[in-house]
Ligand binder design. Structure first.
Ligand code: CA
Length: 337
């Protein structure tokens, strides 16, 4: 189904050529300011002979930067002689969003990671999704989509995957998850995640390709810890795949703790107000422990609402902006699987 309709995007790199190529995928977009112009989506291809292919993506959400830093660096530093096989790097997948530093595209307002598999005749973001679905994923043995919490969430850096019905397939992907080398990792259930079947990783899994993700930090910024984890993780994955030699692997400071995420592990704002968190990403919390207060400075004399954690777990993420509205996610917990 994925190969039926051809992508309109034109890469100026040759995926089958040995060497290092830095270029652009052209997405022709005729606008008032640029009648015959194209949107230049950055891409790097490194290849040395036969071997597995790793596809690394960041900037799927434009306001998530750790992956953009680590992947740009990887593309710049690795030499073909260092590798065996092929690495395809798309550091700003939703280029218009990444250029604007926003989660969604300023052109069509689309969230790239909620519109897969995309549409070759659709909007700009839909065309990008279809290019990745039909041209990049089928070339890959493993896809790693580097995310963080974006502008509104801060994560304790972790790698993640989705469980399959097939235990053997799950176990194999779990090996790659551990190989990435973050202190925390989590395994989502198949039915979990908002529109999981519309994500890049979801579409890769449907195509039978190993798909991993990360949540490396967030808050619309880059922290040294999260950026280093991204740097280490991508090289560790390449060593795991045999694209880099085993000696390139950097052991994590502590064994990875693998968590699950249950549906009741998210805390949402019950009211509009000012969010005062009482726990931080990485904290271990207990059931009933105070999580935050929501204050109502617009209503003199109104007491804040205090929320408690519904269960014990690790704080995987918390909301960053203080101003919150009913329905915003305030905390996400990882629980021992
Ligand atoms: Ca994200």
């Amino acid at each position: 189904m994925t190969q039926k309709r051809r992508s309109r995007l034109v890469p100026d790199v040759d995926f089958d050529r040995d060497g290092v190529q830095h270029g652009y995928v052209r997405l022709f977009h005729s606008t008032h300011d640029s009648a015959y112009g194209f949107i230049p989506i950055p891409i790097s291809v490194l290849r040395n002979g036969t071997g597995p292919t790793a596809l690394f993506v960041s900037g799927n959400h434009g306001d998530e930067y750790e992956g953009q830093v680590a992947l740009s660096e990887l593309a710049r530093e690795l030499q073909p002689a260092d590798i065996k096989g092929r690495i395809i790097i798309l550091p700003m997948a939703n280029y218009p969003a990444a250029l604007a530093g926003r989660r969604v595209s300023p052109i069509d307002d689309a969230n790239l990671n909620r519109i897969f598999p995309g549409d070759p005749d659709g909007s700009v973001s839909q065309q990008i999704a279809w290019f990745i679905t039909s041209e990049l994923i089928p070339r890959a043995n493993l896809v790693c989509d580097l995310h963080s919490g974006g502008s509104s969430l801060m994560y304790s850096p972790c790698a993640l995957m989705t469980r399959f019905e097939d235990a053997e397939r799950t176990a194999k992907l779990r090996e790659a998850l551990i190989a990435f080398g973050t202190p925390l990792a989590y395994i989502a259930e198949p039915a979990q995640g908002q529109g999981a079947d519309q994500t890049l990783g979801g579409v890769a899994a449907q195509q039978g390709v190993m798909a991993l993700g990360t949540e490396l930090g967030g808050g619309g910024t880059v922290t040294p810890v999260a950026a280093d984890m991204a740097r280490r993780g991508v090289r560790n994955l390449l060593a795991y795949l045999g694209i880099l030699p085993e000696r390139a692997r950097v052991a994590p400071p502590a064994p990875t703790r693998v968590l699950g995420v249950s549906p009741d592990a998210f805390l949402y704002a019950p009211e509009n107000g000012v969010f005062e968190p009482l726990a931080a990403p990485g904290d271990m919390v207990t059931a009933g422990q105070p999580a935050c207060r929501i204050h109502f400075p617009e209503t003199p004399g109104a007491a804040p609402v205090e929320l408690a954690f519904p269960r014990a777990g690790y704080v995987l993420c918390r909301r960053v902006p203080a101003r919150t509205k009913r329905g915003d996610c305030l905390f996400g917990l990882g629980v021992d699987a």
